[in-house]
Design a protein around this ligand. Structure first.
Ligand SMILES: NC(=O)c1ccc[n+]([C@@H]2O[C@H](COP(=O)([O-])OP(=O)(O)OC[C@H]3O[C@@H](n4cnc5c(N)ncnc54)[C@H](OP(=O)(O)O)[C@@H]3O)[C@@H](O)[C@H]2O)c1
Length: 321
């Protein structure tokens, strides 16, 4: 079966299509004939070697989420999964392949109206968006700001906040055209990356979901209203300044919360339940999978180039020729 391997750390060109033996499901796992694989920002970091310190080595197959049909089960897994259309999380790697094994614990059945491409566009990103908002106790009537809203996680955070009854959903993005597309998803105010460009935007926010971090993080933290909560889920803009901690402590009179969030800290049953709800909402047309482009598996390098050039609005999915 065909798969895309990271031959060595480097640019998108190191992604190589190889023929590998079909994987076999171990106890607790299923084998999936994939129809689509998601392409996430973390894949580009794994490919470049930026996460080598976390034990990631070249020679592995990229991709952490797939959708397809279960074709076999390992010991201890209910055989009725065979033949079902599912979304699955494959862990750090394995997804850019015609066949993958995944833990049966991660499987979420797909409603008839949710395609495999939609599923890998909604899956990991939607899980992060949903639980990040919960992590900071987002409630109806609150003012929300989403930083880095045009990416995979952002487009879903905007939709979930709007659907959850936010009083305002402000977004940061790099172009007016992206801003218009974000308004179609529920954004009410469009800011530039530095947080300017919208005179009528709220002066402060109850909740900030931040996918960017970086040098501007303190200036956004300062926009929290009293009792406001900021959650950082990504660092597309790099690390904050070293003295950020001082600014946080100095603003203690506003009783603000600074949080980080990783989907790794959510239990498998909770993730499955949230994703099943999200797929059902997509099936009813209440949430939109924002698919930037669908490319064949063999063009995974092109997908990475586009991601790194900042061209992607929403997510790219890989399918088979
Ligand atoms: N917490 C978790 O459980 C979890 C799970 C998966 C991934 N992640 C993390 O989430 C991040 C990827 O999120 P994603 O898939 O949504 O990313 P993405 O699709 O690449 O989008 C991020 C958006 O941020 C904006 N951006 C990029 N660089 C920026 C910069 N230097 N300054 C300001 N804005 C910038 C871009 O929009 P504009 O050009 O429109 O500004 C881009 O569309 C990674 O850091 C990854 O490690 C976290």
């Amino acid at each position: 079966m065909k798969a895309v391997q990271v031959k060595a750390f480097g640019g998108p060109e190191v992604l190589t299509v190889v023929d590998l033996p079909a994987p076999r499901p171990a106890a607790g796992q299923v084998l999936i004939e994939t129809e689509a694989a998601g392409v996430g920002g973390v894949d580009t970091l794994l490919r470049s070697g930026a996460l080598a310190d976390f034990g990631y080595e070249p020679g592995r197959v990229l991709g952490n989420e797939v959708a397809g049909v279960v074709s076999a089960v390992g010991d201890g897994v209910d055989a009725s999964w065979v033949g079902r259309r599912v979304w699955a999380f494959t862990g750090m790697d394995g997804g850019y392949a015609e066949q993958v094994v995944a833990s049966a614990e991660t499987l979420v059945p797909l409603p008839a109206g949710v395609s495999a491409v939609d599923a890998v566009t909604l899956g990991t990103s939607g899980t992060v968006a949903h639980f990040a908002l919960r992590h900071v106790h987002f409630a109806r009537g609150e003012r929300v700001l989403v930083r880095g809203a045009a990416g995979g996680i952002g487009v879903l955070t905007v939709q979930l906040a709007a659907r959850g009854g936010a009083a305002a959903v402000a977004v940061t993005t790099s172009s007016a055209e992206r801003g218009e597309r974000l308004r179609e998803l529920g954004a009410t105010h469009v800011l530039d990356r530095a947080g300017g460009g919208a005179a009528d935007a709220p002066a402060s926010y109850d909740v900030i979901v931040d996918i960017v971090a970086g040098a501007d993080l303190p200036s956004f933290f300062a926009r929290l209203a009293p009792k406001g909560r900021m959650v950082v889920v990504g660092a597309m803009g790099g690390w904050p300044p070293a003295d950020f901690g001082k600014e946080m402590i100095a603003s203690f009179q506003k009783s603000m919360t600074f949080a980080t969030f990783s989907a790794d800290t959510v239990s498998a049953p909770d993730q499955r339940a949230a994703l099943a709800d999200l797929f059902a909402a997509a099936d009813r047309g209440e949430v939109k999978a924002v698919v930037h482009e669908v490319l064949p598996l063999a063009q995974a390098a092109e997908a990475h180039q586009k991601m790194e050039a900042g061209e992607v609005f929403g997510r790219i999915a890989l399918t088979h020729d």
